[in-house]
Design a protein around this ligand. Structure first.
Ligand SMILES: *Cc1c(COP(=O)(O)O)cnc(C)c1O
Length: 245
C-alpha cells in the first residue's frame, strides 16, 4: 500500500471514531448517517484509493467533473456500489449532466432551479431514460450571510408548496453551510436547519424532511450533535495538511 493510501486509511479510522463519539454524545446511532467524501479537489486515482479504504459516497460540486469521474470509474469496473452526489452550485444548463448520475442533489437553492431540474427529469422519465424523479435537498441560507447561496427561511416558507408540486423531483430534506471559524455560530446554524425541518415536516408527507446535509471538515462533529444525517467532508478526508483538532 502506498503512503497516500495509508494516510487515507488512518484518517478514515480517525474520522469514524470522531463521528461515533459525536453521535454517542447526542444519543444517536450510526444508522441514517452518511459520510460524503468530497472529492472535488482530487483526481480519480485518489478516489480509487479512497474506495479501497472503504469510502462509498462521494460529493462533487461541478457537473462535468462528476460525470468525468463516474465515467472513469465505470470504465475500470470500480463504480459498482459507489455513489456520487452533487453538492455544489448547479446551473440550469448543466442539469442534464447530473440527472441519472448523481444519487442526490444537495444544492437546490431556488425555485427556478427546482423547476429546471424537475422539467428535465420529467422529460427523461417520459422518454424512459430515467426511472424515478430526482432526489433533492433544498439549500437554505440559515445563517443569513450575504455570500451564502440558497433559500432564505422566509422564501422557503413562501415557495415550498410550489416546489413540492414539481413531479420530476422528490424533496428529501434540507442542506446548509455554516459560516467558517466559529463553533457557536456553526451550532446555531445547524440547530436552525433542524428546527426549520421539524417545523415544515408536519405539513408534508412523512420522509420529506428526513435528511439534513450539514457539517464539513471543521464542524462535522457539531453538525452530528445537532442532527445532521449527511456530512460532507473534503479536506479532512483527502488533505494530509488538514489537521484534525
Ligand atoms: C468543498 C465543499 C465541502 C467540503 O469542504 P471541506 O471544508 O473541505 O470539508 C462541503 N460542502 C460543499 C458544498 C463544498 O463545496
Amino acid at each position: 500500500m502506498d503512503e497516500y493510501t495509508e494516510f487515507l486509511r488512518a484518517r478514515r479510522a480517525e474520522i469514524i471514531a470522531r463521528m461515533d463519539a459525536a453521535l454517542r454524545r447526542s444519543g444517536r446511532g450510526r444508522e441514517g448517517v452518511t459520510l460524503v467524501a468530497v472529492s472535488k479537489t482530487v483526481d480519480v486515482d485518489s478516489v480509487r484509493d479512497a474506495i479501497r479504504c472503504g469510502y462509498r459516497v462521494f460529493g462533487e460540486n461541478r457537473p462535468q467533473e462528476l460525470a468525468r469521474k463516474m465515467g472513469a470509474l465505470a470504465e475500470s469496473g470500480e463504480l459498482a456500489g459507489v455513489r456520487f452526489d452533487m453538492i455544489g452550485n448547479l446551473q440550469t444548463n448543466k442539469v442534464n449532466a447530473v440527472l441519472g448520475r448523481a444519487e442526490l442533489i444537495h444544492s437546490i437553492g431556488s425555485t427556478h432551479l427546482a423547476r429546471a431540474v424537475s422539467d428535465r427529469a420529467r422529460r427523461r422519465i417520459e422518454s424512459g431514460e430515467l426511472a424515478v424523479p430526482a432526489d433533492v435537498l433544498l439549500e437554505v441560507n440559515v445563517s443569513g450571510e450575504s455570500t451564502k447561496a440558497g433559500y432564505s427561511p422566509d422564501e422557503l416558507h413562501r415557495e415550498l408548496d410550489e416546489v413540492m408540486e414539481l413531479s420530476g423531483i422528490r424533496v428529501r430534506g434540507l442542506m446548509t453551510m455554516a459560516p467558517r471559524g466559529d463553533e457557536d455560530v456553526a451550532r446555531r446554524t445547524f440547530a436552525g436547519l433542524r428546527a426549520l425541518a421539524d417545523e415544515l415536516a408536519g405539513s408534508y408527507p412523512p420522509g420529506t424532511f428526513q435528511e439534513l446535509s450539514c457539517g464539513m471538515s471543521e464542524d462535522f462533529e457539531v453538525a452530528l450533535e445537532e442532527g445532521s444525517t449527511l456530512i460532507r467532508l473534503g479536506r479532512v478526508v483527502f488533505d494530509p495538511a488538514f489537521a484534525l483538532q
